[in-house]
Design a protein around this ligand. Structure first.
Ligand code: COA
Length: 329
């Protein structure tokens, strides 16, 4: 087994308290609680209020991480934020977070890898720390998907929610504990199966854009589903192989929380029984880049993940992007 170069220290999360239930959605679009639960496993999702900005939610999650790590914001050398919903298109969400956190010694930048953003962040942070230029890197996954969700489109509005999660990457100090492998991959030819057509430089804000609702997420659900199952299987295989471990050795699998059927297919492929798979998609829906760090924090605080646990993290998202990380906690 590979010796880790970096370790993860501390976790944190923020989830808004406002709940949007399946019953609420029944009153908004032609859908049913039964359909949503059967097809997705989702019962409810959290929706941010206006004061719960991306920077605010991320700051709360990062403060929890720093408390566990015994560090101050000034100790942070780098802030990497995986997000598709920055508070502003310019500057990066990571810079707004840096200002809110008071992490004045850090470099700050965003990662545009959609739902895989947090795992892309871990992979990049591992490289930064391994190079010796960074000692403490905060890696954040944060989203306000409710802001780009079309609540007249039943095919997408039942899926998404808001939240933030974070961890800290540091040089490994303790033998075999830390990141054992990372794997990142993408296929840009499939971008238009899950995307936001308008609002960027190609199609800037206009009356037309508002009329055709093209600033919202558009998705070809069935095709995305098939690619997600295939890509997450590939990601599991790659990360496990590179780490030199098998699915049976994994103590906890945290897959991206998009859909219970995708989660079950991923676990089955990796040979990991469902009692070792962490699921919170029923409570939070798909929070994109935030889904894995929120789940990670829940697992660590509940003691499901403890010192020495072998953890497999695997994600898939728009791009398409997919990624995986094996970590000895
Ligand atoms: N409520 C009720 N019916 C709905 C519905 C809803 N919220 N959304 C779609 N339907 C209808 C469709 O209109 C379609 O009706 P039709 O047969 O009369 O045309 C029917 O349900 C089946 O639609 P389909 O899209 O084939 O369903 P599905 O079994 O593929 O489930 C998803 C839809 C979105 C749940 C599923 O495709 C999915 O989870 N895809 C992946 C999405 C994802 O995870 N995206 C993020 C990746 S990070």
């Amino acid at each position: 087994m590979k010796r880790p170069i970096v370790q993860l220290v501390g976790t944190g999360r923020y989830t808004p308290s406002k709940i949007l239930s399946n019953q609420d959605l029944e009153r908004m679009v032609e859908t049913s609680d039964e359909w949503i639960r059967e097809r997705t496993g989702i019962r409810e999702r959290r929706i941010s209020e206006s004061h719960e900005t991306l920077a605010y939610m991320s700051k709360v999650a990062c403060e929890q991480v720093l408390e566990v790590a015994g560090l101050t914001p000034q100790d942070v050398d780098a802030i990497l934020v995986g997000t598709a919903t920055p508070d502003r298109l310019l500057p990066a969400a990571a810079c707004d977070l840096q200002a809110e956190l008071g992490a004045k010694n850090a470099a700050a930048f965003d990662l545009g890898a959609a739902c895989s953003g947090f795992l892309y962040g871990l992979s990049i942070a591992e490289g930064l720390v391994a190079s010796g230029s960074v000692q403490n890197a905060l890696v954040v996954g944060a989203e306000r998907l409710s802001r780009i969700t079309d609540y007249t489109d039943r095919a997408t509005c039942v899926l998404f929610g808001d939240g933030a999660g974070a961890t800290l990457v540091q040089p490994a100090v303790d033998g075999d504990r830390g990141i054992l492998s990372t794997y990142i991959k993408s296929d840009g030819t499939l971008a238009e199966l899950l995307y936001r057509p308008g609002g960027g430089a190609l199609c800037p804000p206009s009356e037309q854009l508002l009329n055709d609702r093209s600033y919202f997420i558009k998705m070809a659900g069935r095709e995305v589903f098939r690619s997600a199952v295939r890509s997450m299987a590939d990601a599991c295989d790659q990360a496990l192989q590179q780490a030199g471990v098998s699915g049976e050795q994994v103590d906890v699998l945290i897959p991206h929380q998009a859909n219970i059927r995708i989660i079950e297919a991923t676990a089955k492929h990796a040979g990991i029984p469902m009692d070792k798979v962490y699921v919170n998609v029923d409570r939070f829906g798909n929070t994109s880049a935030a889904s894995i760090p929120i789940a990670l924090d829940e697992c660590v605080r509940a003691g499901t993940i403890r010192s020495g646990s072998l953890v497999l993290l695997v994600a898939f998202g728009a791009g398409f992007t997919w990624a995986s990380v094996v970590v000895r906690w």
